[in-house]
Design a protein around this ligand. Structure first.
Ligand SMILES: O=C(O)CCC(=O)C(=O)O
Ligand SMILES: [Fe+2]
Length: 291
């Protein structure tokens, strides 16, 4: 549950019952006072995902500067970046991308196929469809806290293997340019087949709270179980992790910004705007090794 904190320099408008808040009174394109930067960061940690309206971050350098309020911009593998800006990716679905997948369209946590998955991302909306194209976020602190004591005991101390293989590996659905949307380039290759091990229950390095840290895109199995043994438990966790009470749904406008904490959330981009263009631009933030 988001902490009710008093802020002096910003206003907070809660979005979901458990996570998400719009922050009013901030121009992310301009330098913030120390006090305002501290309050924005505190609101980010206590709400897990924060939103801003009517921002001008069209200049990629300004977007990166805004992102530095939350972390250090970092390049990610497999997805083509913006020319001259390795830390930025353009996420685009074109009107002619009929029947095509949308980037981030399944529930996931970003880049958990890396040893150091992203801390989070700052996403900026350049063009939005007339309706649809919302992004959903699911509170993984709440997902963990609402498990039974027995399930918590079992999962605490377990680890899971993660891989980018299904999206980015040598056998991926995008291999050889297949299934890609018109304006995005995914370079699937053998590097995507690697396995990395992460705790199933992660302790957030800044809040100290525990959250569930498995996701259907990248988690393969528990480290000391087979895929068949892992599957029923993982399936249960994935269903539990996206209960309505844990969800915050964000309706984009041109100029909206979302900054999410990838250490305690899953998210998903809804694919319900066929025939329209949606263009959002992401700065990914460097994360640490999950514990
Ligand atoms: O397009 C979106 O709303 C989110 C896509 C996504 O999953 C991401 O940028 O990490
Ligand atoms: Fe994502």
């Amino acid at each position: 549950m988001a902490a009710t904190t008093h802020y002096d320099t910003i206003e907070i408008e809660p979005v979901g019952g458990s996570i998400g808040a719009v922050i009013h009174g901030v121009d992310l394109g301009a330098p913030l006072s120390n006090r305002q930067a501290e309050e924005v960061h505190a609101a980010f940690l206590s709400n897990s995902v924060v939103f801003f309206r009517d921002q001008d971050l069209v200049d990629p350098e300004r977007q990166k500067r805004a992102a530095r309020l939350f972390g250090e911009p970092v390049a990610i593998p497999f997805v083509k970046s913006l020319d001259g800006h390795p830390e930025i990716i353009d996420i685009v679905k074109e009107p002619e991308d009929i029947g095509k997948y949308n980037f981030g369209g399944n529930w996931h946590t970003d880049t958990t196929f890396l040893e150091t998955p992203a801390l989070g991302s700052l996403l900026y909306a350049l063009e939005v469809p007339p309706r649809g194209g919302d992004t959903l976020f699911a509170d993984q602190y709440a997902a963990y806290e609402t498990l039974s004591d027995g399930m918590k005991r079992m999962l605490d101390g377990m680890t899971a293997l993660h891989t980018g293989a299904r999206s980015y590996g040598s056998q991926s659905k995008f291999q050889g340019g297949k299934n890609q949307s018109v304006s995005m380039t995914i370079d699937a290759n053998e590097d995507g087949d690697k396995l990395v091990e992460h705790p199933v229950v992660r302790t957030h390095p800044e809040t100290g709270r525990k959250g569930l840290f498995v996701n259907p895109n990248y988690t393969l199995r528990f480290a000391d179980m087979t895929e068949a043994e892992s599957k029923p438990i993982l399936d249960f966790l994935y269903t539990h992790a996206i209960r309505d009470e844990f969800i915050c749904r964000f309706r984009w406008q041109k100029g909206s910004v979302a900054v999410w904490d990838n250490r305690c959330l899953m998210h998903r981009a809804v694919n319900d705007y066929e025939g329209h263009r949606r263009h959002v631009r992401r700065v990914t933030l460097q994360g640490d090794r999950p514990h």
